[in-house]
Design a protein around this ligand. Structure first.
Ligand SMILES: NC(=O)c1ccc[n+]([C@@H]2O[C@H](COP(=O)([O-])OP(=O)(O)OC[C@H]3O[C@@H](n4cnc5c(N)ncnc54)[C@H](O)[C@@H]3O)[C@@H](O)[C@H]2O)c1
Ligand SMILES: O=C(O)C[C@H](O)C(=O)O
Length: 325
């Protein structure tokens, strides 16, 4: 058996927390050979609910769950954390855009970035889920100057998975056959789900579908606005699919992608003209616990225009939180 991995989860008693914790403890995220310790953070008024969630976790008798505790203090929750999943934040409701949450949620990520800086493992892998996820990840990263900036990521795997499923449905082929898809930019309707390089059995999907109007007028808006469609239909924002995407993003970051592309929101290294440190969705491969941006892809005029649009939105969000960083 390996050494237990300390996993801090914020917003542990919320919707996503409830869909996430049991899958982490069952081994879906890090594999069935890796024991875990869950360090749960939620607000003081949610501590009784947190006890209830822990009772249920206990009642599952997961062999991999070696310890767990709940607290309202970020410095306790993040102590020595190897992985920190920052979910705790207000979700949007009908009629709101994710950027409307910026002022409500930004301070949480400044406080939690500072706490991670103080007490987490120096190698902590951070995934920010609370919206607007990219800018919140940027705030957390800037609030943690002693940790490597590359350790801070935003959840963009849900967008990637949504795009995969739409392409599988359109082509009638299984999701597992699709390679080299990516989503550029912000986790917002401006995101750019790029299928130009995507293949099924080495055949180019764009050529296979051969319908630019479907791509521009149906596929891109459907993927970009999927979060709103779920809120409209369910009355609540996505939770099980978000938890699943968190599991996928961390699984692949830690265990690797075998050369396959995935999408993660990561601090830019200047690739594709994206300003350094801007937390942006890029195509990614992962190996040995490190991610690498897929470099030197050709960017045509349409793609450049879409990338510029999502970048401009991130620049605006960044300007709005300049008081916090
Ligand atoms: N990036 C993505 O793909 C994605 C997908 C789905 C949801 N989200 C976002 O995730 C966030 C959580 O969604 P949810 O549906 O679980 O919401 P929820 O309201 O069900 O749960 C949020 C939890 O966070 C807790 N919380 C609030 N402030 C906190 C703080 N300062 N510290 C610790 N805990 C705190 C609340 O008490 C609550 O238990 C929202 O911002 C939502 O928009 C992101
Ligand atoms: O859209 C939301 O507000 C929730 C989440 O970001 C999603 O994409 O489902």
């Amino acid at each position: 058996m390996k050494k237990p991995v300390r996993i801090a989860v914020t917003g542990a008693t919320g919707q996503i927390g409830y869909a996430l914790l049991f899958r982490i403890a069952s081994g879906d995220m890090l594999g069935t050979d890796t024991p875990v310790i869950l360090q749960l953070l939620d607000l003081p008024q949610s501590q009784t609910a947190a006890q209830g969630v822990m009772m249920e976790l206990q009642d599952c008798a997961f062999p991999l769950l070696v310890d767990m505790f709940a607290t309202h203090d970020p410095e306790v929750a993040f102590k020595d954390a190897d992985i920190a999943i920052l979910v705790g934040a207000r979700p949007r409701s009908k009629g709101m855009e994710r950027s409307d949450l910026l002022q409500a949620n930004a301070e949480i990520f400044a406080t939690q970035g500072a706490a991670l800086n103080k007490v987490a493992s120096r190698n902590v892998k951070v995934v920010v889920v609370g919206n607007p996820a990219n800018t919140n990840a940027y705030i957390a990263m800037k609030s943690a100057p002693d940790l490597p900036a590359k350790n801070f990521t935003a959840l963009m795997r849900l967008d990637h998975n949504r795009a995969l499923s739409q392409l599988a449905e359109k082509t009638g082929k299984p999701v597992s056959k699709i390679s080299k898809l990516c989503v550029w930019g912000n986790h917002s309707p401006t995101m750019y789900a790029d299928y130009r390089f995507a293949t099924i059995d080495n055949e180019n999907i764009a050529e296979m579908i051969n319908d630019q109007s479907w791509y521009v007028n149906e596929f891109l808006p459907k993927v970009g606005k999927r979060g709103s469609a779920i809120i409209e239909a369910r009355g609540l924002s996505s939770a099980a699919s978000a938890a699943n995407a968190i599991i996928d993003q961390i699984h692949d970051w830690v265990i690797g992608t075998n050369g396959e592309w995935v999408t993660m929101g990561v601090p830019s290294d200047g690739s594709y003209g994206i300003p350094e440190e801007m937390v942006f969705g890029f195509p990614m491969t992962c190996e040995n616990g490190e991610y690498t941006i897929v470099k030197d892809l050709p960017i045509d005029e349409f793609s450049q225009q879409r990338i510029n649009q999502t970048l401009a939105e991130l620049e605006e969000e960044k300007a709005e939180v300049s008081n916090l960083i």
